[in-house]
Design a protein around this ligand. Sequence first.
Ligand SMILES: C[S@@+](CC[C@H](N)C(=O)[O-])C[C@H]1O[C@@H](n2cnc3c(N)ncnc32)[C@H](O)[C@@H]1O
Ligand code: SF4
Length: 388
Amino acid sequence: MATPGFTARIPLALYVHIPWCARKCPYCDFNSHEACGPVPESVYVDALLADLEQDLPRVWERRIESVFIGGGTPSLFSAEALDRLLAGLRARLPLRPDLEITLEANPGAVERGRFAEFRAAGINRLSIGVQSFDDEHLRRLGRIHDRRAAVAAAEATHAAGLDNFNLDLMFGLPGQTVERALTDIAHAVALQPAHLSYYQLTVEPNTAFHQAPPSLPDDEMTDLIQQRAQAELGRRGYRQYEVSAYARDGWRCRHNLNYWEFGDYLGIGAGAHGKLTDPASGRIDRLWKLKHPRDYLASAGTPASIGADQPIRAADLPVEFLMNALRLVEGVPTALFPERTGLPLTALEPGLSRARERGLLIADPERLQPTEFGLRFLNDLLQLFMPE
Ligand SMILES: C[S@@+](CC[C@H](N)C(=O)[O-])C[C@H]1O[C@@H](n2cnc3c(N)ncnc32)[C@H](O)[C@@H]1O
Ligand code: SF4
């Protein structure tokens, strides 16, 4: 399956999971736990570094292209703890010199002056979970911050010299109208983020919203909100490049692009997922760590911390690759498929021909790119590539 130098061409990223939040939001199914008291940041950083050391033999001499510290709410950690984490990473891994290092922050969980300290520790990109600038929406979403705190967080980010920041917004919120959604967009754009993530609120199993569902706008209204928001963002210089991602020119998120281009990544921290290509065999493994922070802390750095470690079956690779690549508005060069999976292009048939015949993929043989219609009906498009 593999050719010599196979993994040399596959970029490698690092994801670090911090599993605590000040309060659990009723819509959230991420691996996040309400912190009862101060977060055990010092022992957790030790655990992360032990976890990394255990994974190191699998990525020997490969360089890290980006780091993303997500959660949960990583901004609950002090700059000292993050500084020690980043120093630990630098000591153990070759890092690309102009590395993108993102930290997720909640506007309700950052003290004044924190952002400058984060920057001094090496963080050069922030992703701020604003969700909305409408106080009533924020209350319904159970957020711990209001509009003023969200604006203050974005302003503090600029003031700290961190102009490369993302705002997370959600749409399809209880009681949302097109006007209210466009007001949110106007507030966001006025703060001049480099990047905007615009997620449709989904009601996930195992969340408080699932048990007591809020009344959400119907599909027609939600579609209209998305179309109008997308057009407005385009007019204001934020080009959509992925299903939920918009960026000003030159400010796409490198870390997320690596996922969508089916690159490799190490995942350290409670419940963190990794995807790694074995250089000798070309086998692609998915592995993840124990989810609960208590179990993770008790076992990090030992085999007991591995929740699962399994190869992706060759039959599943086409759909796994396309599930990521076809989220990109411009898709990917066709040549990326054999490069990242080790499989020939024929492995995409008969789905590829069918998707092109049905107008779900563009006809260009050099690209795997969804049409506007294909992007809108991505699940139907992916169905064509499901193994028998
Ligand atoms: C892991 S959170 C990171 C930010 C930080 N924890 C916060 O919420 O401020 C990533 C983002 O996913 C989005 N998200 C979480 N649950 C969602 C859901 N059920 N539907 C849509 N978007 C969701 C939110 O926009 C959130 O900011
Ligand atoms: S703050 Fe973010 S990660 Fe934490 S519960 Fe809320 S949405 Fe989830």
